[in-house]
Write a protein that binds this ligand. Sequence first.
Ligand SMILES: Cc1cc2nc3c(=O)[nH]c(=O)nc-3n(C[C@H](O)[C@H](O)[C@H](O)COP(=O)(O)OP(=O)(O)OC[C@H]3O[C@@H](n4cnc5c(N)ncnc54)[C@H](O)[C@@H]3O)c2cc1C
Length: 446
Amino acid sequence: MKEVLIIGDGFAAAVMAAHLLRSGVASTSIAIVGPGEVGKGNAYGCDSQFFRLNIREDLPIIFSEDPLHFSSWAQENINDPHAKTDAGYFYRRQDFGRYVSGLIMRESKSSQPEHIKARVLGISGTEGFWNLELDDQSVLSAQHIIIATGNPPPTWPCEVSSPKTVKPSVELIENPWTGSALEVINPQENIILLGGGLTALDVINTLVERKHLGMIYVISPRAVLPPAQANWQRKVQPNWPQNLTPAKMIRFMRNYLPSASTASPEWQSAWEELRPNINTIWQQFSPHQKRSLFKRLGWLWNLYRFRASPQTIAAYEQLRAKNQIQFKLGRAKEIQYYQSQVKVLLANGAEVNGDRIINCTGVASDPLLRKLIEDQLAIFDPLGSGIAVDENWRVLHAPQKRWNTLRMIGPATMGSLGDVIAASAIAKQAEQLAAQISRGSFLNNL
Ligand SMILES: Cc1cc2nc3c(=O)[nH]c(=O)nc-3n(C[C@H](O)[C@H](O)[C@H](O)COP(=O)(O)OP(=O)(O)OC[C@H]3O[C@@H](n4cnc5c(N)ncnc54)[C@H](O)[C@@H]3O)c2cc1C
């Protein structure tokens, strides 16, 4: 019987364990279950030296009492002459992964928490007595569970038809997050990118660094990519009105933002001044308000919340100057692959042809969370993307009913709690939950 078991072994799991250790929980009370190297996960376990953090070095705040912990570590441990830009240092994600995977060791006084190398297929049991079914056919028991399964890797958003002999990872790259699938690309190929967000920009940066010569087609509903990070600073705190409705919130934000370019430090400073209060405001909205707000503004929020590293946008600008990149507006309906050619049929009737397609459509759905819903241990969050949690990260199994010993942190809490995707937002959840656990409120809730 494990006391505190963390499911998932990525960034969220590592910062959760580091905060538990820092707040005095014994390493022997903590266990982590996941298939990879603790701390790296889907975001920072990449092999590519061309994938960069989209935030400058002072922003991944892991410990609130030591906000420059990563920045100081980076100065001593990273040799990356291309990290420096006018907007700060933007390091490689693999180097950040090295930092995160070392966090637990740096916080451990003697032994480290146990890492069980497996994937959790399902959870059964009840408050304080949970059983976890693992993919190696064994069963684990735990008193308290913290789900930190993060960002499920992308899957094709539409039908893919190809001969059975084709290895899916060769010309049809379903998951480009590690970067290794991009190494086989021939410079002459015409490449289709499905999606126009940060993953597409990672691929663009990689192609430019590898001196790509072929055309790049970006299939996306809008011909717009996230802007580059500017050197923004939070200077003032916005004076948010009381009793906000989604409409009032949008009006206030519109009036607060200057009519400057979204790539300017002035606009980004105002945007970042608005951000710290958004989660509290989001949590006050009803499920219906959350859904309609996300439907209206979700895409815009995703575009500007996630800005890209200046290096990556510079790569895109290089391609644009050479007319080597083109947007193809629409949504993919079907991908066909025959005789070494990829054809994408769009819902608007258009066709896009190329030698290779790379799926840049973002996260898929999490099988473990779906299983929890199926088994009636959890309910959907208001956006229907993750499972619902309350403000103390307790998983809900009915609209007003929560488990005290089954919690979840990380990106999948977004539908309930707001913008919890960036590294620092997740680290803040881990820090606050660890404080609750070490104060005993976690255990006393039994
Ligand atoms: C490609 C990418 C790039 C990003 N870049 C940035 C960035 O530059 N800056 C920034 O601030 N944020 C970035 N993010 C945001 C990211 O959400 C967080 O920083 C963070 O990585 C989330 O950590 P996580 O541990 O919740 O998820 P993940 O990193 O996805 O890790 C989850 C882990 O859980 C494991 N797992 C999943 N299911 C199970 C199961 N059933 N049983 C056991 N283990 C399981 C997975 O194998 C994985 O290792 C990025 C995200 C992605 C996907």
